[in-house]
Design a protein around this ligand. Structure first.
Ligand code: EPU
Length: 336
């Protein structure tokens, strides 16, 4: 069933809590709903707004926004070692993680407490604590706006990379994700290698699914601001992937600088949070915006900020990091 809104206030629909309007917003459930939305042609401007957790509106949106609200989670098959689960795009990602943990299914527990919906997970290939959604996602179902047909893409064709996928690139503005299929395991496969996870899990009595989920939730709660309390979109910037020679130059000057392996040949990933922190911007406040005081990758709306104020701060942070380290940090959040 469709619910349609006009001149809609986006404040409750974006985690930054910025006050902009959209001409039209349609909440949809089924493929039939999408067909009827596009029956009179494709509007000049449209996009999907899922949970609104990775978007910054800097002006009113003069177009159509589509929000999935379908809620199904269904086991498609179970071979005793693993299960294939089909999840509608409108399911809250963390409800899905809780569902899996509650059924002793491994594969997405490290991705606990990430705000957003299941349909958005493949787009930026959400990741945390050494795991990425793309590792568990087997297939993505989508509606093709140009042809009106349904398509299913296997993982091999999803182009998953660090915070990257084909849905952000070639398929951007052409499809609407309606469901994802995940492969989850009955066999324990804990990934504890990242940061504080192992210590927090041990403190809870060892590597059970429940303990990993609780540990990840506790670590996130301690570092990341709750959007319900202070508007934010999680990491505003991506960790920059730089050539080895750049990292070596910086490492010579800053021996404690974190470096991570990158999937890209001859490159390493730096920690943008560390760079922003060392550039002296952590906890910086101006007007109604700021850099979070416990995680410098996160920009916050301290109350009543406009999207433009956030954007201005983002540009200032990028400039500081460029001046200090000669490194470009790109935004992770979509700016509209
Ligand atoms: N660091 C600092 N100061 C800071 C922030 C970080 O020195 O203010 C240092 C940390 O001490 C650590 C390194 O930078 O040595 C990396 O920090 P952290 O482990 O907190 O992870 P991150 O690289 O800052 C990424 C993801 C997060 C995810 C965490 C944990 C991106 C853009 N961000 O952050 O994802 O939760 O790892 O896996 O990749 C998100 O995408 O919204 C998000 C929160």
């Amino acid at each position: 069933m469709i619910r349609e809104f006009h001149a809609v206030d986006l404040q409750p629909r974006n985690s930054f809590g910025v006050r902009q309007r959209a001409d039209r917003l349609v909440e949809f459930e089924t493929v039939g709903d999408l067909r009827s939305v596009f029956a009179d042609g494709v509007p000049e401007r449209w996009m999907v707004i899922s949970g609104g957790n990775n978007v910054l509106f800097t002006q009113d949106y003069a177009g159509l926004l589509l929000t999935p609200v379908s809620q199904g989670i269904r086991v498609l098959h179970d071979d005793g070692a693993s299960v294939c689960v089909r999840v509608d795009a409108g399911v809250e990602w963390d409800d899905l993680v809780a569902w899996a943990v509650g059924r002793d299914l491994w594969g997405i527990e490290n991705l606990s407490a990430i705000p957003g919906k299941a349909g958005a997970a493949p787009v930026q290939n959400i990741g945390a604590y050494g795991c990425e959604a793309g590792r568990a996602i087997e297939r993505v179902e989508m509606y093709c706006v140009e042809s009106g047909a349904m398509l299913t893409l296997d993982r091999a064709h999803c182009g998953f990379g660090y915070r990257d996928s084909v849905f952000k690139r070639e398929l951007k503005g052409r499809i609407v994700i309606t469901a994802i299929e995940l492969r989850l395991s009955h066999v324990p496969q804990p990934h504890l290698g990242y940061g504080d996870v192992e210590r927090e899990v041990e403190a809870r009595g060892g590597a059970t699914l429940r303990n990993i989920r609780d540990a990840v939730c506790a670590i996130r709660r301690a570092k990341l601001p709750d959007p319900a309390v202070m508007g934010n979109a999680g990491s505003f910037f991506k960790n920059p992937v730089v050539e080895l020679s750049v990292a070596e130059r910086l490492r010579a000057e800053y021996p404690d600088m974190p470096c991570y392996p990158s999937q890209k040949e001859g490159c390493v990933k730096l920690a943008a949070g560390w760079l922003i922190d060392r550039a002296g911007m952590k906890g910086f406040r101006t007007g109604h915006v700021g850099v979070h005081d416990r995680q410098a990758l996160v920009l916050v709306n301290t109350g009543g900020a406009t999207g433009l104020e956030v954007l201005e701060l983002a540009r200032a942070v990028q400039a500081k990091v460029r001046d200090r380290f000669g490194v470009e940090i790109d935004t992770e959040v979509n700016i509209c």
